[in-house]
Each structure stands twice: as C-alpha cells, then as structure tokens.
Design a protein around this ligand. Structure first.
Ligand SMILES: *[C@@H]1O[C@H](CO)[C@@H](O)[C@H](O)[C@H]1NC(C)=O
Ligand SMILES: *[C@@H]1O[C@H](CO)[C@@H](O)[C@H](O)[C@H]1NC(C)=O
Ligand SMILES: *[C@@H]1O[C@H](CO)[C@@H](O)[C@H](O)[C@H]1NC(C)=O
Ligand SMILES: *[C@@H]1O[C@H](CO)[C@@H](O)[C@H](O)[C@H]1NC(C)=O
Length: 447
C-alpha cells in the first residue's frame, strides 16, 4: 500500500513520551485490524537525524487550519499541464479564499506554490461540496506531504500535512468496485455477502467502501472480508466534522453535505484506484453491473475496449428488480439463510423495463486515468469519450426494496441471469457467512 510508508524526514516530534505511546497504540491497532483496513491508519514513524516539527495526519478527513474546509486525500496527478498534485477536499462553497500548497520536500518543509481551487459543479445546493485543489510541486522537491496555507509566509509547522499518494504506479487489479458511504444502521447482510460474491465471480479484484456506520452484524462481515483482502474499508467519520445529509438535494433534506459525502468518496476512490486498477465500477451496494453476453467483466471489457479505444466511461443502464415480488418456487429460499438479515437476491427475478421516454439512470465502468471529476450517474470532467453500452450486452441489476408504485408481476420481465452463477455462488456465500459466524452451528453441519 503506497499510503503505509509515511515520509520519515518530516516528523511531528514534540514529546518523546507521546511518540512512544503512539507507537504502542499503533502496534496494538495493527494487531487488532487487518492489513487492508490499516491502509488509512497512522504508520509507525521512524526517527531520523533531522526532524522537523510538522504534524502529519493519516486520517481520512483532516480539518484545514484557519478555514472551514476539510482535506481528504492528496494524489500525484500530472495529467494537466502545469500541475503535479491534486488534493481532494470538502470545501465550504461560500468561504473559498486564495490558498497556497506547502510541501514537505525531504528535509525542507516550507516550500509553497499557489493553488488552483475547483469546486465540483455537482453540489446539489449544499453549503459544502467536493473540491479539487491543484498545485505544482516546487523545483528540486521530492514531495512526500502537502498542506494548504491561507498565507504563503505562514509558519507551515503549525499546519497539519497529509501524505501524497499514487507516487508508485503498479497495476495490480483489473476491476475495483467503489461503493460510497455506508451509513445509518445498515444491516442488509445477506445481500451484501451475495453481491460481493457475485462481483468476485465476475472478476472483481477489490471492493472499496467508506464506512460511516453500520450494524454489528454487517461490521462482522466487513471485518472478515477486509481480513481476507477483498474489501478495503475506509473509515469515514464525516459526522464528526459536518452535519451530513440523508439525501441528495439540499432543498429536500437540509444538512451540510450531500448523502454523507457520496461524491467526495466516489472521487477519492477513483483516484485511490488510478494507479492500481485498469477499471473502476461506480455503483451502490444494492447494484450489480452484469454482463449478459459474457461470462465475466474481463471478457466483457476485452470485447468492448478494442471496439471503443478512446472511451473512458462506459455507461450501464439501470434495471430495477423490485424486492416485493418473489420467485414462486422459492427454490433458493434456504433455512440456513433465514437468520441472516437482508435480501436474498436469488429470490427476485422480475425486472422492470426502464421507461426510456423519461430520465433514467446509468452507472459507470470507468478507466480511472480518463476521469478528472465524477458524479454518481455521469462524469463531470474527463479526458476520454463516453459510450452507452447496449442493455442486451450489459445491465445494472438494481435490487430495490421499499419501492413505491404498484407494478404487477405480469408487467415485469422474468430475468434469471443471477441464477447462472448459483452453482458457485451458493457455496461461496455459505463459506463467507460461516466465516463471519452468521450461520448457526447446527445448520453448518448440513453444508
Ligand atoms: C525555509 O526553511 C529553510 C531551512 O530551514 C530556511 O533557510 C528558509 O529561510 C525558509 N524559507 C521561508 C520562506 O520561510
Ligand atoms: C513555527 O511554529 C513552530 C511550532 O509551533 C515553532 O516551534 C517555531 O518557533 C515557529 N517558527 C517561527 C519562525 O515562528
Ligand atoms: C486481469 O485480466 C487478465 C485478462 O485480461 C488476466 O490474465 C489476469 O489474470 C487478470 N488479473 C487479475 C489480478 O485478476
Ligand atoms: C464502521 O464504522 C463504525 C462506526 O465508526 C465502527 O463502529 C465499525 O467498527 C466500523 N467497521 C469497520 C469494519 O471498520
């Protein structure tokens, strides 16, 4: 993980005892949580001869001193001429002031360059919005950390720096799924496990999820998946800094920031994946981007990519499967899954035809290097072209409960595509539920 090795010459050293305490705490944390969930936690700082008194944050959200803004992550990004660094932040839109990037360059930490501030156009009227800050790295600077100053001659050692990521470039994954924020007492454990196992069968290598809160049962499942390495859980305690909104539109829901910062997390995830994943899927946890003519996403994209070499974002049409209709034979209704909270995706096979005469939604498979800024259903700034994938080639299966409207089964299409995966899917789901302690012992013997 490129984020685990913080730079060592730019350290916070005020109190040696505090440092020792921190080291002990960090070692404790390391033994408690997995390699994957620690990617955003503090690394163990190594002492070096020259130490500069600069505080460093490895948290997911860091308040920016003397402003109302929050810093999230900084990434190397040299796709736009004249800039080297992109900081993703959450900025109060009516309080934007000129800012200056200040860098840790080896033993020097007070080099500054002017910052260009770009508030994303999709903010849905909320006071806070996803914001990019672009800067050039000063000459002869091997930058490891960055912060923003309101005054270029301010004392940088009184500001908190964040690490610069994506300095190492190595593609390890074909597909990463970015799920935005988990919040409330989210407890749809069975659908979560089934969906992740479908992703895995489709060729997904990594799922990234931003965790504000979830139920104790789901927490167990998340821990088990992140221990194994398939899931990367990013702590997202946005409620400690802002009043997040439960909805997407300010005038309807109020609050400081759209949907617990959904847009910020999606953009953070695209950049987090930029140097390590060929493709990124941007969808919700109750949605599956499903090829209908290929066995998996690898063969789907190996077909689409040569046909559309300049495309950076492939749009996949949403198809709703209302959870109120059950498949009548109930052949996939297993007693051992009854005690697991949540929806059984194999029991819902009725698909609503989208009304293409009105606005309907898409989700995306993107090449992360083609994306500059993304929204939920569209990209805001991009380098490549866009392409709508025909629905007979690939659809987004959206299993929705609590749906309004009264469509009868007769008005829906039968679609058993998920059943094509049942042979491997069912034992795999059993295995992860067992590992997370979700299947009672007496049922386990029958497996
Ligand atoms: C930056 O730090 C160097 C080394 O500590 C010092 O010589 C220089 O005067 C500082 N420059 C500014 C602008 O503070
Ligand atoms: C900058 O701040 C640090 C930490 O508060 C302090 O030790 C140092 O003396 C300050 N430097 C200047 C030039 O004010
Ligand atoms: C990525 O896909 C290629 C085929 O296009 C395959 O050979 C390779 O093993 C895949 N890598 C991973 C990490 O799944
Ligand atoms: C998710 O966040 C909640 C609230 O901070 C926390 O209690 C829980 O342990 C977190 N789960 C994981 C797997 O990080």
């Amino acid at each position: 993980m490129n984020t685990k090795t913080g730079n060592t010459t730019c350290l916070w050293k005020r109190d040696f005892v505090l440092l020792i305490f921190t080291v002990v705490m960090v070692i404790l944390l390391y033994s408690m949580v997995t390699e994957e969930t620690t990617t955003v936690r503090s690394p163990v700082p190594k002492l070096q001869e020259k130490i500069y008194p600069v505080p460093i944050s490895e948290e997911s959200i860091t308040p920016l001193k003397n402003t109302k803004h929050l810093l999230v992550s900084a990434f190397m990004d040299q796709r736009i001429k004249g800039f080297d660094i992109r900081i993703i932040g959450i900025f109060k839109r009516d309080s934007i002031q000129p800012l200056h990037c200040s860098f840790c360059c080896g033993s020097v930490f007070n080099q500054t360059t002017p910052a260009t501030i770009l508030v994303h156009s999709d903010h849905f009227g909320f006071p806070y919005g996803a914001t990019d800050v672009l800067c050039q790295i000063p000459q002869n600077c091997d930058a490891s950390h960055v912060t923003l100053l309101t005054n270029p001659s301010a004392n940088a050692s009184e500001h908190t720096f964040i690490p610069i990521r994506n300095k190492m470039k190595k593609t390890r994954f074909n597909f990463t799924v970015c799920i935005s924020t988990l919040f409330g007492d989210y407890n749809n454990v069975l659908q979560f496990a089934q969906t992740l196992e479908v992703y895995r069968l489709l060729g997904v290598d990594r799922v990234v999820i931003y965790n504000t809160s979830c139920s104790p049962e789901l927490d167990r499942l998340l821990r088990s998946y992140s221990q194994e390495g398939f899931l990367e859980v990013v702590p997202w305690p946005i409620g400690n800094f802002l009043t997040p909104s439960n909805g997407w539109r300010f005038q309807d829901f109020g609050g400081d920031l759209e949907y617990y910062g959904q847009l910020v997390t999606l953009n953070e995830c695209v950049y987090r994946s930029m140097e390590r994943s060929r493709y990124v899927l941007l969808n919700d946890i109750d949605q599956i981007i499903m090829p209908y003519k290929h066995d998996n996403l690898v063969s789907l994209m190996n077909t689409l990519e040569p046909q559309h070499p300049n495309v950076g974002a492939f749009f996949i049409e949403e198809h709703i499967f209302p959870c109120k209709h059950f498949e009548p034979s109930r052949k996939f209704h297993f007693p051992r899954w009854e005690k697991v909270p949540g929806v059984n995706i194999l029991e819902h096979i009725y698909r609503q035809e989208p009304d293409r005469s009105v606005y309907h939604q898409y989700k995306m498979i993107v090449k992360p290097k083609s994306i500059e800024q993304t929204s939920v259903h569209e990209v805001l700034k991009k380098f490549g072209e866009l392409y709508k994938v025909p629905p007979d080639v690939c659809r987004m299966i959206h299993l929705r409960s609590g749906l309004q409207g009264f469509l009868n089964v007769e008005e829906l299409n039968e679609d058993k595509r998920l059943w094509d995966f049942q042979e491997k899917l069912i034992p795999n789901v059993d295995k992860v539920l067992k590992r997370a302690g979700m299947i009672p012992a007496e049922e386990q013997n029958k497996l």
